[in-house]
Design a protein around this ligand. Structure first.
Ligand SMILES: Nc1ncnc2c1ncn2[C@@H]1O[C@H](COP(=O)(O)OP(=O)(O)OP(=O)(O)O)[C@@H](O)[C@H]1O
Ligand SMILES: [Mg+2]
Length: 497
């Protein structure tokens, strides 16, 4: 079968930093082709070279057997290639329908008068095709959860009738149910002979829906395999160049006294009467469906959400947290799920981003980077394997997964006593995931209490000492590590007995 897209010998450097070296990649009509590799391996860059966001330094691109060079994504779209980017492209102050029709608004003839009703209905229709019925096209997009914004982007791409859709980590922010409906969509697109390029760090997904897989390592092409002919271990080895061993390192810390308590935490319409505690050296996993209120609960604890009642107690003393600064000063760290909006200042360097949290925690005065601090930052970069040209690199130009590592690094710097992690490994590659689990283990060995919100059940089961399941803003169940399994968690998370 002739390739739909064929990229050969692609080279790309950013100011002397070679990020793609002689990379080949081809996609057949109607296949789902996984593009994998560690954070910073060059996946997103390859896609951006294909679609004309970045000019290439060398190599050729063929579409339907004809050599092409797109100078921008619009041209690629006209040739039938659409990308759903890792960084969401939703415009927050526009409505869902306005986002759906951005740049291709429906008007009455050439009058410029918008056919609002039609766009509203078509938006409903596009979302329904994905099995999404709970998003109002008139809602301001910025008010939607990250997962729902993602669904809007996917619906938009699917509605363009593209012949090839590239999904760069589409499921990172989706619930299990949303992922299932996305997979249904992928399946039906495949039947319509649409090609899908699928980028994800979730290995299970790759084996579930992909036909072939291409792996990049360090900007170089490693190989292409048929999914049927390979397995989990082999793919990991292609990606990291060595065996990785156990996916979840054994928990080793000793669990001590209760250090952190939350009592009667409520916010009207969001969550109600939340009671829980965490012990020194313990990891409390927080499971639940997306939208169950987990993030909102954590934000309220941390002083980042507005109204609340209830108590937050550290070392037996009630805290008066009105603002995140109060929480940080008390020794509470919070790694947010949304790195773009809350976690990082994108135009600042890695060093400045890490220093920022520490500055607030320490003084609030000017920040002078001493030798000690620079060492701390270099140490964190090293431990988390942040792929960077150095601590002065702008966070904006890091790969998605490496940005996530900087968010984590920044909170490790404050030496918290209680650390809240919201989806800590989202978008992070297998090797770095394990590194993050190792760091969580080390922290708990030093007595830090960890609260980890995660939508990945294997992760919840793999690293938690205890599990709290949230259902519709209420604590549905606590489970000990020994008794917990996927089924019990899902049952509690969906409101079953
Ligand atoms: N605009 C840019 N300027 C400078 N360097 C860049 C730019 N975009 C990407 N890079 C660098 O290119 C390398 C590859 O990044 P890319 O985003 O392609 O990785 P990725 O494989 O998509 O990783 P991830 O899984 O984390 O998303 C990284 O080292 C990154 O820092
Ligand atoms: Mg990427």
């Amino acid at each position: 079968m002739a390739e739909f897209v064929k990229m050969t010998g692609i080279d790309k450097a950013f100011s002397g930093n070679q990020v793609l070296k002689d990379v080949s990649f081809d996609v057949l009509p109607g296949e789902v082709h996984a593009l994998m590799g560690e954070n910073g391996a060059g996946k997103s860059t390859l896609i951006k070279v294909l679609t004309g966001i970045h000019p290439r330094d060398g190599g050729t691109i063929e579409v339907r057997g004809k050599e092409v060079t797109f100078s921008n994504p619009k041209e690629a779209e006209r040739a039938g290639i659409v990308v759903i980017h890792q960084e969401l492209n939703i415009i927050p102050h526009l409505t869902v329908a306005e986002n759906m029709f951005l740049g291709k608004e429906m008007t009455i003839g050439k009058t410029g008068i918008l056919r609002k009703k039609d766009m509203y209905n078509q938006t409903l229709e596009n979302l329904k095709r994905l099995g999404v019925t709970n998003i109002d096209p008139n809602e301001t997009a910025g008010n939607l959860s990250v997962g729902r914004q993602q669904m809007v982007e996917i619906a938009r791409a699917v509605s363009t009738n593209a012949e090839m859709i590239i999904m760069d980590e589409p499921t990172a922010a989706l619930t299990d149910r949303e992922i299932d409906s996305l997979f249904d969509v992928v399946e039906s697109l495949r039947k319509q002979n649409v090609s899908i390029v699928y980028i994800s760090h979730r290995m299970e997904e790759i084996f579930k829906i992909c036909d072939r897989i291409t792996v990049l390592r360090d900007g170089e092409y490693v190989g292409t395999e048929r999914i049927a002919d390979t397995d989990f271990e082999a793919v990991v080895k292609m990606m990291v160049g060595r065996e990785l061993g156990e996916r979840f390192p054994a928990r080793t810390s000793e669990v001590g006294e209760t250090i952190f308590e939350v009592k009667g935490l409520s916010r009207d319409g969001w969550f109600d009467d939340i009671d829980f505690h965490v012990k020194q050296g313990e990891i409390l996993g927080v499971a639940g469906l997306m939208g169950a209120g987990r993030t909102e609960i954590m934000e309220a604890i941390f002083g980042a959400a507005k109204k609340k009642k209830g108590q937050v107690i550290l070392n037996g003393k009630p805290l008066n947290i009105k603002h995140p600064q109060d929480a940080i000063r008390a020794g509470i760290g919070f790694i947010t799920e949304d790195r773009k909006d809350e976690g990082l200042v994108l135009h600042l360097s890695i060093r400045e981003n890490i220093a920022l949290t520490n500055m607030k925690a320490i003084s609030g005065k000017g920040y002078i980077s001493s030798k000690k601090e620079v060492n701390l930052i270099d140490d964190l970069i090293e431990r988390l394997h942040v792929r960077t040209t150095g601590r002065e690199q702008e966070v904006k130009s890091l790969s998605g997964g490496n940005q996530q590592k900087v968010v984590i690094a920044k909170w490790l710097g404050i030496e918290p006593r209680v650390l809240i992690l919201d989806e800590p490994t989202r978008g992070v590659d297998v090797g770095a995931k394990k590194e993050i689990y190792n760091i969580m283990n080390e922290l708990t060995e030093q007595g830090v209490a960890i609260i980890m919100v995660s939508s990945e059940l294997p992760e919840i089961l793999g690293v938690s000492d205890r599990i709290m399941v949230i259902h519709e803003g209420k604590v549905a169940r606590f489970l000990d590590r020994e008794e917990a399994d996927q089924e019990k968690i899902m049952q509690a998370a969906t409101g079953g007995e």
